[in-house]
Write a protein that binds this ligand. Structure first.
Ligand SMILES: [Cu+2]
Length: 405
């Protein structure tokens, strides 16, 4: 309501000023005193106002930079982030210099060359030298910016990741994130969205999940079959159930084909570590991120690390970076005991998009290794609650007999 009233008052004020101007013009015409051509005094007054505006404009600009200049981005906490900040500063420097020069000229010349009936304008049409100058100089600056930016981009997306990198998959869905560590073998286990179930939110393919998924799909199909058998012939229900069964057959066929992954591949996921709500990364070691998406396009944004990547359904995107400041150090630097690094979704992906975030904790390497040891591996977390110890890994024979019964 307040906003509406403010907008209404502004609109009315603009209207009132417009009407006043018309009254003023009409009365001036009646008096017959003013002409359309301004007098010399009026011109000199306008010229001086140009200088006043120039000063006010720049004072305001300097005040803005002084007051809000540090509000752009928090301190960078990754190695390449510092380079990116330098690149951004380089851009700002160019923009500021050009902005200052052009605007000083614009308003100062309006003042200096105020109308004078004894002066004739210099007729000047073309200069090859000038053309060359204002084409080449910006071209050189643009080339520097593009090559600089591109080399940073290649550095975090295409350069080979070091062997000792921590490999983490970030898996978004509407509306949360799940992180999966590659575990001791540094390789993420195979995965597929058709494998996703209540206990396997990322669809990781291991012998155990494959068996479970197949029997789950079989059971669901049997349920649909029972409903189909009970449905009256020719009804909507019959059509619906037939379609469902056909769909389930297609999924089953695909899921069964995962047995073609060799045994080694089906065991890669066993040591993976899946965490929610917060993930931990070590300072000073390269972290290689891989992104998938379960539903729509999301975007993994980690502002403190100057990193952002789209997460696209059906493909894997990736980048890697090296964190340089631990969470504890950052808390000290920012004088904020509650500071946390954060992963945000930066693509408006639906109603609860705003809530799609995950804390990131940067710790020293020893602490990271200790934390990793404390986490349950995927195989352990899949073990039924009534069974003690690690999950039993099924042999290939068992899987195949399950699949081909
Ligand atoms: Cu999202």
């Amino acid at each position: 309501m307040t906003t509406f009233l403010i907008i209404l008052s502004i609109a009315l004020a603009v209207l009132a000023v417009g009407q006043l101007m018309r009254v003023f013009e009409a009365s001036a015409k009646l008096k017959g005193g003013t002409s359309e051509v301004p007098t010399d005094a009026e011109n000199r007054y306008q010229a001086k106002m140009m200088l006043v505006f120039l000063l006010g404009y720049f004072s305001f600009f300097i005040w803005l930079v002084a007051k809000y200049g540090d509000k752009l981005l928090p301190e960078s906490a990754s190695e390449h982030g510092v380079h990116l900040d330098n690149l951004l500063d380089f851009n700002f420097a160019i923009i500021t210099v050009v902005f200052a020069i052009t605007h000083v000229f614009l308003f100062y010349f309006a003042f200096k060359y105020v109308f004078n009936k004894d002066r004739k304008a210099y007729y000047y049409t073309h200069s090859n030298k000038l053309e060359l100058l204002w084409t080449t100089v910006p071209a050189i600056f643009l080339a520097v910016i593009v090559i600089w930016g591109l080399s940073e981009w290649i550095g975090i997306t295409m350069d080979e990741t070091p062997k000792d990198a921590v490999v983490i998959e970030l898996y978004p869905k509407q509306f949360d994130w799940t992180a999966r560590y590659a575990g001791s073998d540094s390789t993420l286990g195979a995965s597929n969205y058709m494998m996703i179930s209540g206990t396997n939110p990322l669809g990781v393919i291991t012998d155990q999940t494959l068996m479970a998924r197949i029997s789950e799909l079989e059971a669901e199909k049997a349920e649909f079959q029972a409903e189909l058998d009970a449905a009256p012939l020719g009804g909507v229900k019959e059509e619906e159930m037939t379609e469902k069964i056909e769909k389930w057959d297609r999924i089953l066929e695909k899921v069964r084909s995962f047995k073609d992954l060799d045994l080694a591949n089906r065991s890669l996921g066993n040591d993976d570590i899946i965490v929610k709500s917060e993930f931990v990364i070590p300072r000073g070691r390269e972290v290689a991120f891989k992104f998938r998406s379960r539903d729509v396009i999301h975007s993994a944004y980690m502002p403190h690390f100057r990193a952002q990547m789209n997460c696209v359904p059906g493909m894997v995107t990736e980048f890697h970076f090296k964190p340089t400041i631990t969470t504890d150090e950052m808390r000290e630097k920012t004088q904020n005991a509650e500071f946390d690094y954060i992963l945000l979704c930066n693509k408006i992906c639906g109603a609860a998009h705003y809530n799609m975030q995950m804390n990131i904790k940067v710790v020293e390497e020893e602490e990271f290794n200790k934390w990793m040891q404390e986490q349950k591996t995927f195989a352990e977390s899949m073990a039924p609650a009534d069974e003690e110890g690690t999950a039993e890994v099924t042999t290939e024979d068992n899987v195949i007999s399950m699949i081909e019964y």
